[in-house]
Design a protein around this ligand. Structure first.
Ligand code: B3K
Ligand code: ZN
Length: 848
């Protein structure tokens, strides 16, 4: 397979001014007629052949300006020699036939439970019709759909409909990856919104009959997002309608198609009985994310797929700001950093490490990664910190002004910041072009009333990038005096050298430093801090993120000692966590997060980074021992805490109520170690919402109980595909390490384990690799099972198979036996006949 390189970028030979598409829908023989109004691109080399992408299409006819022509066809597209192309603008017409019913890859036009839908990003449009399927070709689309199905949707505004047809027109030029079409027997949950410009927009969430009752939350989130983008970024919506459609078979969360967002049902449907607080928060965030793409992604798109972070990093950053504004900034930041470390640091420290803006790929779908998304968002957060809020706002205004309607690059993005602030950003740009998590060390010195912090940065080698120069690292720092008062409020130190010192003068006593406040840069902070000082920060830090971080680092140090030398849990940690748990002045959501112990995969990464070889079984045992010790330490006061966290009255998914439920579940989980699950069982029985019923079920399973609750849950939710996913997943995640493989085998033999549905596949197989001690069990069964399932799925759905193969990326951390077994599994995958480009690129990169 061919490697595509950023350095080879060339503008497309032609411009497509307008496209008219006609779909005659049929499960096995859909006809697509396309009329492309084209002209030579003055910015491209003259005299080129016309090349259109196309895959799996049966060409019926092809004509230029009404005259039939014979193109040259191959496996990836169609070529018309320059000799047959008119010198003046022309219309190229094609008709093709495709079979959506057999499309199990869920890319292009496919069917899900009787409805037609599309997924075109990144390169799915070429499976629908012949087209220059690249983001820098922006055109106005007019779409006619012919079908007997009652609801026919596409991008833009509706311009006509009758029995068996509908027409849509999108006035905004867009790349083909934003095209969408939906047809089905759907019901609408309607809403409306009037923009600050006075445009009345009708909003609809379209679902299959029966799901109407689960749309209200998504609709509220949509309206909140529209209002927020106007208020904070000055961006108004630009069409008369905004449609969201829920689809059961979908490869990811959702897709931002212009005016017609398509969502995985799981990412939009929510009701108190069926969705947990986490589900509610996720739905809100994904609705916002896709909506925000209307400006960052759609109005301004990417020149080529190497610039993916231009839209994704920025849109993640915006959805994080939104969730923080609606909920709690401190809690949101902690959750985002947990996720960044769990997924992005893991990726950045292994064989799949790549820059936020990669410079080559084989299959672009493999680059929708935590690095492009989450690190891409961190880079924007750093930029904002460096230039300040006011200049960030001015730069964004300039960005929208200057690049509206364009397909832009990271160079364009950085230029608006340079032009706004006069700063030179070439060193900063390394965050985009170099992979790897920088290690930042700090030492302190106190002499003659001067406190000095000395930073050292190391930028580790990553695949293809052995050597790196120093980066610009914004380090937010505050100083506290020994009674806990802040003597130097948060300021940003700009570390730009490999070694650099900063002195603080005029201090009466030696301060305690709170470093990297708010996690101001995505780095690994290496700092030797006495346990007592961590405990002090856990009790007194005025920065909520660092207060949580102090407890987290202390917990990691304690756990590491327990794992490596069988030490006992330290009193510093247990006392500190007890103080937080019962501190009623603190947000319950924050307290719940503080009580959450570092995960097993996190500990494996931490031990590996410190030069040890992690033993999954020991990590598992030590973590449980620490949880038990914490339960015993908090013991007598847990029942009162659990009771105080019950939320009276009707269920509301708001952040305050959700925070209380999270703390309640954290206390129930601790209590379960002491009372054999009695309190959790009572909570399960009394629960009137999914958060508490599912949460208490998970707690019971985790202590090896909960048989009857599990059966009760299954009986109750048999018919509900989304809730049933939770039932599948929790059994795997909660299974003891030596039981996981059996549980997976049993579940995958069930008739309702429809493995071609990505949600169901992820529920079981994703939970398998998420169960650290089980997946890495010394028997190697976890590895073998995952490899078997990836090999089975790949021919049907390469994208999801490739995505889930990343479970193997952590192989270099482990002992020789495990390394050999994990690499063996990857080699077995590589050897599978007919392996997809997607999965072979991933397995190949992991093997190195
Ligand atoms: N842009 C889509 C992701 C497309 C993934 C293609 N493999 C959703 C999002 O980031 O909003
Ligand atoms: Zn996105």
């Amino acid at each position: 397979p061919r490697t595509i390189r950023l350095a080879d970028y060339q503008p497309y030979s032609h411009l497509v001014e307008r496209v008219e598409l006609t779909f005659r829908l049929h499960p096995t023989a859909t006809r697509v007629r396309a009329a492309l109004h084209m002209a030579a691109n003055p910015a491209a080399r003259a005299g080129q052949d016309l090349r259109l992408d196309g895959e799996g299409l049966r060409l019926i006819s092809c004509a230029i300006d009404g005259r039939a022509v014979q193109p040259i066809l191959d496996a990836t597209g169609l070529t018309l020699a320059v000799g047959v192309l008119p010198a003046q603008p022309f219309v190229l017409e094609t008709e093709v036939e495709i079979a959506p019913e057999g499309n199990t890859a869920l890319e292009g036009l496919y069917m899900s439970k009787g409805m037609y839908c599309t997924q075109c990003e990144a390169e799915g449009f070429r499976k629908i019709t012949y087209y220059p399927d690249r983001p820098d070709v922006m055109a106005r689309f007019h779409v006619r759909i012919e079908s007997d199905l009652p609801v026919l949707l596409s991008n833009g505004n509706p311009v006509g409909q009758g029995a068996g047809w509908a027409e849509w027109d999108d006035p905004w030029p867009k790349p083909s990856y934003l095209f969408a079409l939906v047809a089905g027997d759907l019901r609408a949950h309607p809403g409306d919104f009037t923009t600050m410009e006075g445009r009345a927009v009708s909003l609809n969430i379209w679902v299959r009959p029966g799901d109407e009752g689960r749309c209200a939350w998504g609709m509220e989130a949509l309206k909140a997002s529209m209002a927020w983008d106007e208020r904070v970024y000055g961006r108004a919506y630009d069409l008369d309608v905004f449609n969201i459609v829920a689809v059961d078979d979908f490869n990811m969360g959702a897709m931002e198609n212009k005016g017609l967002n398509i969502f995985n049902s799981k990412a939009v449907l929510a009701s108190p009985e069926t969705a947990t607080d986490d589900d509610f928060a996720r739905v809100e965030a994904i609705i916002a994310h896709e909506y925000f793409h209307n400006w960052t992604g759609n109005r301004i798109t990417c020149r080529d797929w190497f610039q993916l972070c231009l839209k994704e990093g920025l849109t993640v950053f915006r959805d994080q700001q939104f969730s923080g504004d609606l909920r709690s900034h401190a809690v949101k930041r902690i959750e985002d950093v947990l996720m960044l470390r769990a997924r992005q640091f893991r990726e950045d420290g292994g064989p799949l490490a790549h820059p936020v803006r990669p410079d080559s790929f084989v299959e672009i779908n493999n680059f929708y990664t935590a690095t492009v998304y989450e690190k891409g968002a961190e880079v924007i957060g750093m930029l904002k910190r460096l230039v300040g809020d006011a200049d960030y706002a001015r730069a964004l205004d300039l960005y929208f002004d200057r690049h509206d309607g364009q397909a832009a690059t990271i160079e364009d993005w950085l230029k608006v910041f340079e032009d706004t602030t006069g700063r030179e950003l070439s060193q900063f740009k390394r965050w985009y072009t170099e992979a790897g998590t920088p290690r930042l060390s700090v030492t302190e010195d106190w002499a003659d009333g001067v406190f000095t912090l000395t930073f050292g940065q190391v930028n580790p080698p990553t695949p293809g990038q052995p050597q790196k120069a120093a980066k610009v690292i914004p380090v937010a720092v505050g100083l506290l005096n020994p009674n806990g008062d802040e003597v130097v409020p948060t300021m940003v130190l700009e570390v730009t050298e490999e070694r650099q010192s900063f002195a603080f003068k005029g201090l009466a006593t030696r301060p305690v430093a709170s470093i990297l406040r708010g996690f101001s840069a995505p780095v690994l902070l290496e700092r030797v801090v006495p346990a007592a000082e961590r405990a002090f920060l856990l009790a007194h830090d005025t920065d909520p993120f660092n207060r949580w971080e102090a407890g987290r680092s202390l917990a990691k140090e304690v756990l590491a000692r327990m794992i490596l030398d069988g030490a006992a849990p330290s009193a510093d940690l247990l006392d500190g966590l007890r103080r937080i748990a019962f501190d009623e002045g603190l947000d319950p959501a924050f307290r719940a997060l503080a009580l959450r112990l570092p995960g097993e995969d996190d500990m494996a990464a931490t031990l590996h980074a410190a030069g040890h070889v992690p033993d999954p079984a020991r990590i598992y045992a030590a973590r449980r021992a620490l949880h038990l010790a914490l339960a015993e330490h908090l013991g007598p006061r847990l029942p009162a805490l659990e009771e105080a966290c019950r939320v009276p009255g009707a269920f509301s998914p708001d952040a305050a109520a959700a925070g209380k439920r999270a703390l309640r579940l954290a206390s129930l989980s601790l209590l379960a170690r002491l009372d054999g699950g009695a309190a959790a069982r009572a909570a399960y029985r009394a629960a009137d919402n999914m958060t508490e019923s599912f949460g208490s079920l998970a707690i019971l399973l985790d202590i090896g109980a909960g048989e009857s609750e599990l059966a009760d849950f299954a009986a109750k939710w048999q018919q509900d595909r989304l809730v049933l996913e939770k039932w599948f997943a929790v059994q795997v995640s909660a299974a003891a390490p030596d039981k996981v493989a059996d549980v997976v085998r049993k579940l995958t033999q069930r008739a309702d384990f429809d493995w071609k549905n990505p949600n169901r596949f992820r529920a079981v197989i994703g939970a398998l690799s998420g169960n650290h001690a089980g997946f890495h069990h010394a028997s190697g069964e976890g590895y073998a099972l995952l490899a078997d399932w990836l090999i089975t799925l790949d021919p049907k759905n390469p994208q999801t198979a490739a995505r889930m193969s990343t479970a193997f990326e952590s192989w270099p951390r482990y002992d020789a036996d495990r390394q050999a077994m994990m690499r063996g599994a990857l080699q077995r995958i590589m050897a599978a006949p007919g392996l997809s480009r997607d999965l072979s690129e991933m397995a190949g990169r992991m093997l190195g």
